[in-house]
Write a protein that binds this ligand. Structure first.
Ligand SMILES: Nc1ncnc2c1ncn2[C@@H]1O[C@H](COP(=O)(O)OP(=O)(O)OP(=O)(O)O)[C@@H](O)[C@H]1O
Length: 355
C-alpha cells in the first residue's frame, strides 16, 4: 500500500500489528465515508474490556538520580547520572524518539527531540502553543514520518509511516482532541469500528463488548445515538472507549500505548476530572501480566490543563523551540528553577517565552 500521509483527524486507535489492507480499508472509509461496515461474521470469542490497575512506580530507589533535569543545563554531570540510571534497563522502553526533526515548509518545528516511553509510564508533554506537541504525537503514532532521526518501537526502528510496515511488539492508539468520531455512525458503530472491520467476532458479541467498554468509561444507554446527540465530554469518552476496545480473540496481546492529544480541552472542570480519572483507570501500571487485553501499558498526554498534569500524568516532558528543554516528575514542575518552566507554570508574560 502506498505510504499516504493521513490527513484530517478521523483516525481510529492504530494497531501496529493490523494488516495493511485492514488499515487501508479504515483509511478509505475515513476519507470517503462510503464504505459499508462489515457486519457479517461468525466465530466464538472471549470478551474482555479495559479496567483499572494498580500504580507502578518507575522512580529508582535514589529518587535524586531521577529528579527534574534541564537537558540543556551546564551541569552535564547531572544529565549523565540520569542517563546512567536509565541505561541500566532498556528492556521496558516501548517507544523511543531519537533526535527527531520535522519541518513544514520553512517552519522548523522539531529540532532534535529525544525521549523514551517506558512500560507503565504516564507521561505528559507540555509546552507553549505551536511547539510541535501534536506533531511529535503523530510521529510516534506513525501518521507522520520524521525528516531526520528515528522512532524505535521496542528497540526496532520504524522506517516510515505506520502503513508502510508491520511492527509487532506494541500497539499504539491515538485519541484526537476532537474525538474524531464518524458523524454518520452510531456510538456502537464508532466504538466497535475496528472489530466490525477487522475481526471475526460475531456482531452480537461485538455489540456486547461495546456495551461493556462504554460502561467502563461511564456511559450507558448511548449505543444507538449519533455523535451529534452527545456532549463534548461524552464524545471524548466514546473516543476513549474506541481506543481501548480490543479484539479478544487473539492469543498474544501486545502492550498498548495510548497517545492522547489534549483530552480535556474544552471540558468544564468536573468533566475534565472524569476524563482524567478514566485515563488513569484504563492504565495497567505495575500489573505483572503485560499482555492482558484491553489494558493500557503506558500513555502519553499532550495537555495545557493544570488539572490534567496534576491528575493524569506522573512524568513531564517540556517541549520548547523544537526540543525537550526540561523533564521531570509532575510534582517537580511547579517548583522548577528552570526559567522557561517557571514562566509557563505561572502564566507570566515576563520570561524567555515570547508570544
Ligand atoms: N500538516 C501540517 N502542515 C503545515 N504545518 C503544520 C502541519 N502540522 C502542524 N503544522 C504547524 O506546526 C506547528 C506545530 O503544530 P502542533 O500542532 O504540533 O503544535 P502544538 O504544540 O501541538 O500546538 P498547540 O498547543 O497550539 O495545540 C504549528 O505552527 C502548525 O501550524
Amino acid at each position: 500500500m502506498a505510504a499516504t500521509p493521513l490527513v484530517g483527524s478521523n483516525m481510529l486507535s492504530l494497531n501496529l500489528c493490523c494488516k495493511r489492507d485492514s488499515f487501508g480499508s479504515a483509511k478509505s472509509f475515513v476519507m470517503h465515508g462510503v464504505k459499508p461496515l462489515n457486519l457479517g461474521s461468525s466465530g466464538k470469542r472471549r470478551i474482555i474490556c479495559g479496567c483499572t490497575a494498580p500504580i507502578r512506580d518507575f522512580r529508582p530507589a535514589d529518587a535524586d538520580e531521577f529528579s527534574a533535569t534541564t537537558i540543556n543545563a551546564k551541569d552535564s554531570s547531572k544529565a549523565e547520572s540520569v542517563s546512567m540510571v536509565r541505561e541500566q534497563d532498556e528492556t521496558d522502553v516501548l517507544i523511543e524518539c531519537r533526535d527527531v526533526y520535522k519541518s513544514f515548509g520553512e517552519k522548523h518545528i522539531l529540532r532534535g527531540v529525544s525521549f523514551k516511553i517506558r512500560h507503565g509510564e504516564a507521561v505528559g508533554i507540555i509546552g507553549p502553543s505551536g511547539t510541535g506537541k501534536s506533531t511529535i504525537l503523530k510521529i510516534m503514532a506513525g501518521l507522520l514520518a520524521p525528516d531526520k532521526g528515528e522512532v524505535l518501537i521496542r528497540g526496532r526502528t520504524r522506517r516510515g509511516l505506520i502503513s508502510d510496515e508491520e511492527i509487532a511488539g506494541v500497539r499504539i492508539g491515538l485519541v484526537f482532541q476532537s474525538a474524531a468520531l464518524f458523524d454518520s455512525l452510531t456510538v456502537r458503530e464508532n466504538v466497535g469500528f475496528l472489530l466490525y472491520e477487522n475481526s471475526n467476532m460475531p456482531v452480537d458479541q461485538i455489540s456486547e463488548l461495546v456495551t461493556d467498554t462504554l460502561a467502563a468509561v461511564g456511559l450507558k444507554g448511548v449505543e444507538d445515538r449519533l455523535p451529534a446527540e452527545l456532549s463534548g465530554g461524552m464524545k471524548k469518552r466514546v473516543a476513549l472507549a474506541r481506543s481501548i476496545i480490543f479484539d479478544t480473540t487473539k492469543d498474544v496481546v501486545e502492550p498498548e500505548v495510548l497517545l492522547y492529544d489534549e483530552p480535556t480541552a474544552g471540558l468544564d472542570p468536573i468533566a475534565s476530572t472524569v476524563v482524567e480519572d478514566l485515563i488513569r483507570s484504563v492504565h495497567m501500571k505495575g500489573e505483572s501480566d503485560v499482555s492482558k487485553p484491553g489494558k493500557i501499558a503506558s500513555y502519553v498526554v499532550v495537555t495545557h490543563q493544570h488539572s490534567t498534569i496534576r491528575r493524569a500524568v506522573d512524568r513531564l516532558l517540556f517541549l520548547y523551540e523544537g526540543k525537550v528543554v526540561w523533564e521531570g516528575m509532575t510534582h517537580e514542575f511547579s517548583s522548577s528553577a528552570n526559567s522557561i518552566v517557571r514562566q509557563f507554570a505561572s502564566g507570566s508574560l515576563d520570561g524567555p517565552i515570547k508570544y
